[in-house]
Design a protein around this ligand. Structure first.
Ligand code: HEC
Ligand code: HEC
Length: 385
């Protein structure tokens, strides 16, 4: 009996190590672009925004404002291990979905769908947010229900509507794979024993904090290169940060989010039930329909828009703000709309200029490289494509 068990474990071990030879995979020894390796061997972010001191006294929506604190300080090994995990469908219950299936580098680190689709073909209920600049966030998910990347990870991994895995199966498949055992040893040298869930979450977080986008044409303009924006885009920026449109009250530069949760009354798409958002988490009726203010970085890459994909294009979203307070909320429903959701009465031209400006927030220069192969031997990224 014991002998049979030992053989079984040995067999699982070998099965996991089949596919590419275990020695094929090496972890990057240098930091991702935009990061500098310190003497201690960890990666630290370098950006021009670090030269600006604070958000104070700069005027709202001002250009030379500092960034909020961020996560960094991971080793290049942890970041690169996280990259393999992120693209490896072995993380899902049936080996069909990786994180990158819904946070696809080719689709602005989102999935191009109104709402994501999980392993069983089920509607996940909400849109996949972009992962650009998550290193700067303190609250995660549309309803802000997780407060770190590590606390966020079990969400998609174990939700039956997303990756449908379990902690037991996740750890069994990673520990049954000789390549992963070796790579985790390299990334977490002090650790003894089998791969632990905590290390999986740390590596995923390490990789995600390397997804930094702060070098768009807007940023070059912000750092003083006036010619980086066209006249139309500058006009758009000025409307965006005016007290008439009030966009930058919530989508505050440089991240283009202030990370608050706000009730703005965006509609659900036809036939989709009303999502109460943060009310379900914080149990305050004032938060019925409240969602975290999303970043607008790389926004041209992540249509359709809103928590449930109600808007096909940017013109549609900006028009929503222009059509008056609460116009999209069902008549019999009372929402406590945020006071900055006013009736700005923008002209069609002003709306167009805002849309032009949003196009200047695109920067994908630090897009991570999709690994050609992942340690499980499964095809990286795609759902069976
Ligand atoms: C089936 C598609 C799908 C997969 C696979 C998936 N996600 Fe997501 N992700 C989503 C959706 C949808 C949300 C928003 C859910 C919500 O707010 O309730 C989300 C939210 C997030 C957020 C929060 C971002 C923010 O700004 O609040 C992070 C971080 C994240 N996912 C990382 C990951 C990681 C890491 C993996 C792999 C372990 C992963 N996701 C796998 C669809 C997916
Ligand atoms: C009171 C805060 C607030 C103000 C003011 C505001 N927004 Fe938003 N914005 C939000 C929130 C919250 C969401 C997410 C709502 C949802 O999905 O239901 C959002 C969503 C968006 C989206 C979709 C993002 C995505 O990834 O799907 C765009 C684009 C956008 N806003 C642009 C603007 C523009 C342009 C203005 C000014 C005309 C503006 N916002 C003013 C809070 C605000």
């Amino acid at each position: 009996m014991i002998r049979a068990l030992v053989l079984l474990i040995a067999a699982i071990g070998t099965a996991g190590a089949t596919g590419p030879a275990a020695t094929d995979f090496t972890l990057n020894t240098s930091c991702p672009p935009g990061f500098e390796k310190t003497k201690a061997g960890v990666c630290e972010l370098r950006t021009l925004y670090q030269f600006y001191d604070s958000l104070e006294n700069r005027g709202l929506g001002g250009t030379r404002t500092a960034l909020p604190p961020h996560r960094d300080g991971f080793t290049p090994y942890q970041i690169d291990l996280g990259r393999y995990l992120f693209f490896d469908p072995v993380l899902s219950g049936d080996g069909t979905l990786s994180c990158a299936s819904c946070h696809d580098p080719a689709r602005g680190l989102s999935d191009g769908r109104a709402r994501s689709i999980g392993i069983h073909g089920e509607d996940a209920g909400r849109a996949a947010p972009t992962l650009w600049n998550v290193a700067f966030l303190k609250r995660f998910f549309w309803d802000a229900r997780a407060n770190s990347l590590e606390a966020q990870a079990p969400g998609p991994l174990y939700s039956p509507r997303e990756m449908g895995n379990s902690p037991t199966q996740l750890l069994a498949s990673l520990n049954g794979n000789a390549t992963y055992r070796r790579l985790f040893q390299e990334a977490f040298p002090g650790q003894r024993g089998p791969i632990a869930e905590k290390e999986v979450f740390t590596a995923l977080a390490a990789f995600q904090t390397s997804l930094v986008s702060l070098n768009s044409r807007y940023d070059r303009y912000a750092h003083g290169y006036d010619a980086a924006l066209s006249d139309r885009e500058i006009e758009g920026l000025n409307v965006f940060r005016s007290f008439v449109a009030r966009c930058s009250e919530c989508h505050t530069p440089p991240l283009f989010t202030n990370e608050q949760i706000a009730v703005i009354g965006m509609p659900e798409p036809e036939g989709h039930t009303f999502d109460v958002g943060a009310e379900a988490i914080l149990h305050s009726p004032k938060l019925k329909g409240a969602f975290k203010v999303p970043t607008l970085r790389n926004i041209t890459r992540t249509a359709p828009y809103s928590h449930s994909g109600a808007f096909a294009d940017l013109r549609g979203v900006v028009d929503f703000y222009n059509k008056g307070r609460g116009n999209a909320v069902p008549k019999d429903m009372h929402l406590y709309l945020h006071w900055h959701i006013s009736d700005p009465k923008l002209t069609d031209t002003e709306v167009d200029r805002i849309v032009d400006f949003l196009g200047a927030l695109t920067d994908e220069t630090f897009l991570p490289q999709t690994p050609a192969r992942v340690p499980s031997g499964l095809a990286p990224t795609k759902r069976g494509e």
